[in-house]
Design a protein around this ligand. Structure first.
Ligand code: ATP
Ligand code: MG
Length: 320
């Protein structure tokens, strides 16, 4: 009998083994959250531009076969650059076509094979692979999570979004249960560790923070801090609700691009600069292997893992 789970594991393992055999492996960043509209695509695009601006070779993959928002964002950037003769860096992008046969299994397996081909075609020649995922669970999305070196989960500053990670006692604010998505990330971590001994650094970032101080904001932060200890994730400083994160999509620009007469027809506003600062803080907080410190840290993490055949319980899986 054909077993879909076997296929995922088989392909997943093959991909990992081939990654291991390759001389050079790209660092994989996945933007994920089972909650739709939390800012995955916006974050992915900003990370891509941050990495490009620091001189890295970046491949991007859009796994959201339905919406293809990242693909559209990147297409808009390409067109805007072309139209205005700009000299701005771009990622090499691939997206997954939605398979449309009558068989769900056939669709999933062909999407999986395509994903495997894309990863294999870029992982040896690029520094980073940034993967945007859809806001719903699928085994392709699970596979992407289990390949991640860094998982970035943007979260709207609302308990409805928080609920995707954990359930909270309404009186004490204590986390009483880990939710479906968080459990999936935990499994992805285990899978990753069992296949290539790799570590997944999980960073949750609150998105669309309101400028108005509110009781909810404080409580959310406290609940999140509490939750992060249960989940083994790190918390990044939040990104504010700002029009700039919406308005630049049609021209494919981000707050990290040079915003000038030449690129957007006017200079940057104070809000642009504040947005840029927030995104830069996020990138710094991710501690990606982009500078000497980040590279040393990634190397140390790798070395630390390599000789250890320690039981899972002894592993310090939380990045500090
Ligand atoms: N910090 C922000 N300030 C203002 N608008 C934002 C911010 N972050 C994201 N948005 C807007 O919120 C909407 C959802 O963002 P985005 O598409 O990045 O989320 P997503 O998690 O990828 O959604 P989906 O699950 O549908 O793929 C978009 O209109 C985006 O422009
Ligand atoms: Mg999206």
């Amino acid at each position: 009998m054909f077993d879909g789970a076997q296929l995922v594991l088989g392909l997943g393992k093959r991909m990992f083994v081939e990654r291991k055999l390759g001389s050079r492996q790209a660092y994989v960043i996945v933007c994920g959250n089972e909650k739709g509209g939390s800012g995955k695509t916006t974050t992915a695009m900003h990370l891509i531009v941050a990495l490009l601006n620091s001189g890295h070779k970046v491949a991007s993959i859009d796994l959201d076969t339905r919406q293809l928002s990242l693909s559209r964002y990147i297409e808009n950037r390409k067109n805007w650059i072309h139209k205005n003769g700009l000299n701005l860096p771009q990622s090499d992008h691939a997206h997954l076509e939605k398979a449309n046969t009558d068989s769900v299994l056939d669709n999933e397996s062909s999407e999986l094979r395509r994903f495997s081909e894309i990863v294999q075609s870029v992982e040896k020649s690029y520094d980073f692979i940034v993967i945007d995922t859809p806001g719903h669970d699928s085994y392709l999305m699970r596979l992407a999570h289990s390949m991640a070196d860094t998982l970035v989960t943007p979260l709207n500053d609302s308990y409805i979004d928080f609920d995707v990670l954990g359930h909270v006692d309404p009186v004490s604010g204590e986390v009483v249960e880990i939710s479906h998505y968080a459990t999936m990330v935990r499994e992805a971590r285990r899978h990753r560790r069992s296949v290539d001994n790799g570590l997944l650094d999980w960073v949750v970032v609150r998105n669309r923070l309101s400028h108005l101080g509110s009781r909810n904001k404080v409580n959310m932060l406290e609940s999140l801090k509490n939750l992060s200890m249960h989940l083994g994730c790190r918390l990044a400083d939040g990104i504010s609700e700002r029009v700039i994160f919406r308005e630049l999509f049609p021209i494919g620009m981000t707050s990290l691009d040079e915003l000038s007469e030449e690129t957007i027809g006017s200079g940057p506003s104070l809000s642009h600069l504040a947005a840029r600062q927030e995104v830069r803080s996020l990138v710094t907080m991710l501690r990606l292997p982009i500078d000497e410190v980040g590279k040393r840290r990634a190397e140390a993490r790798k070395k630390w893992m390599d000789p250890s055949q320690k039981p899972y319980s002894e592993l310090r899986i939380f990045a500090d």
